[in-house]
Design a binder for this molecule. Sequence first.
Ligand code: ATP
Ligand code: MG
Length: 355
Amino acid sequence: MSVYLQCQGLRKVFGASVVLDDISLEVQEGQCLVLLGPSGCGKTTLLNVISGMLAADGGELRCNGRLMDSAAKGVHVPIQERGLAMVFQDLSLWPHMSVAENVGFGLRIRGMKANDRRHRIDTVLEQVEMGGFRDRMPNELSGGQQQRVAIARALAVQPSLLLLDEPLSALDARLREDLKLELAGLLRESGVTAVYVTHDQQEAFALGDQVAVLHGGRLAQLAPPEKLYDSPCSAFVARFIGSSNLLPFRQLDGYALIEDHIAIRVLAADVPMEGHCMVRREAVGVLDKQPFAETSDQVILAGVCEQTHFLGERKEAQLRLPSGERLRGVTAGHIPSGAPVWARFPKNAVRFLAD
Ligand SMILES: Nc1ncnc2c1ncn2[C@@H]1O[C@H](COP(=O)(O)OP(=O)(O)OP(=O)(O)O)[C@@H](O)[C@H]1O
Ligand SMILES: [Mg+2]
C-alpha cells in the first residue's frame, strides 16, 4: 500500500484566528480517513484545503506524490486538476436534472460516449441500490435516496480521492444508521481513497480506517478506531469518544490520588503530574451493598445513586461521589435514586491522561 494523501504542517489562518495549526497526516491509497471533532474545530476547513477550494497559509499538501499546495513554494493546484469528487451535507443534486442526468453529468463533461455513460450510470446506481430510480427527479426522492444519488454521482467519475463533509447528518437517526454501514461497504468495495468529515463518533468508527480527532485546529490524535477507543491520548479525546468515566487526579510521591483518598501506584514514566484518569463504564461494577473486603488491587468508591439506565444488553447506574464527580458503571438490578452505592473497579483498568 502506498501513501496517497500527505499533509505536512498545514496551517490556515482567517484574519487573526489560526483555524488549522500544524496538521500533519497521511492517508494510504484505498483507505478512509475520518476527521472527527466538535463544531468549529476546523474539519471543513481542512477538507477545503485538501480539495483546493482554500489555499493553505503554511505547510505542504501532496496527492500521489505531487505537490498540490505550498504557500512557501507558490504552488496551488486548482480544484478541477486534483481528480477528486465531493459529497456535502446539504442534498446538492441539480433540481432540474433527473437522477441519471445528475449521475452522468460529470461523465458528460469528461467527454464519455453516451453508451459508456449509460453503462456507468447503471453500475453506480445499482451500487447504491437506486437502480429503479434513474428517471425520477430529485424532488420525487426522499432525503436518504437523494443522498444515495449524490454518492453515486461522486463515485461515477471514479475519483482518485473522494471527500465527504457530514454526508449523513441531514438524515434521521434510523436512516443514518443504515446508510452509514452501506457507505462503509461501498467505500471499501470501490477502493477509493476517502476523507470523511463527521462529529459523530459512531460514524467515525464505522467508516474510518484511521480517525483524526481535531481540537481547536490541532490534531489531538490520529489512530485506528480500536486504538482510539482503548488508548485515547488525552482527557479531551476520551471525553469526545465517550462512554468512559473521567475523574481528576494528581500525583504525589509516585502515587496518583483520586478523590483525595484513593492512591494508585504510578508505574509508567509518562504519567502527567495531574489530569484525569479514565475508567471504562464496563469495567466499573455498581453495588448497592458495601463490598465486604477490599483487595489491594481494587478501587472502591462510595457514593449516592442518581439514576439507573436500562440499555438493553445491560443496566447502568450513575452515582455521585462526595466530591460531586459522577461515575457510571454496570449494575445487576435497579437501584433507587438516593440509595447509597459503591463503585468497584480494578486498579489496572485505570488510565492516567493529561487534559
Ligand atoms: N471563511 C471564513 N472566515 C473566517 N472564519 C472562518 C471561515 N470559515 C471558517 N471559519 C472559522 O474557522 C473555524 C473552523 O471552521 P470549520 O467550518 O472548519 O469547522 P467545522 O469543524 O467544520 O465545524 P462544524 O462541525 O460546525 O461544521 C470556526 O471557528 C469558523 O468560525
Ligand atoms: Mg463543518
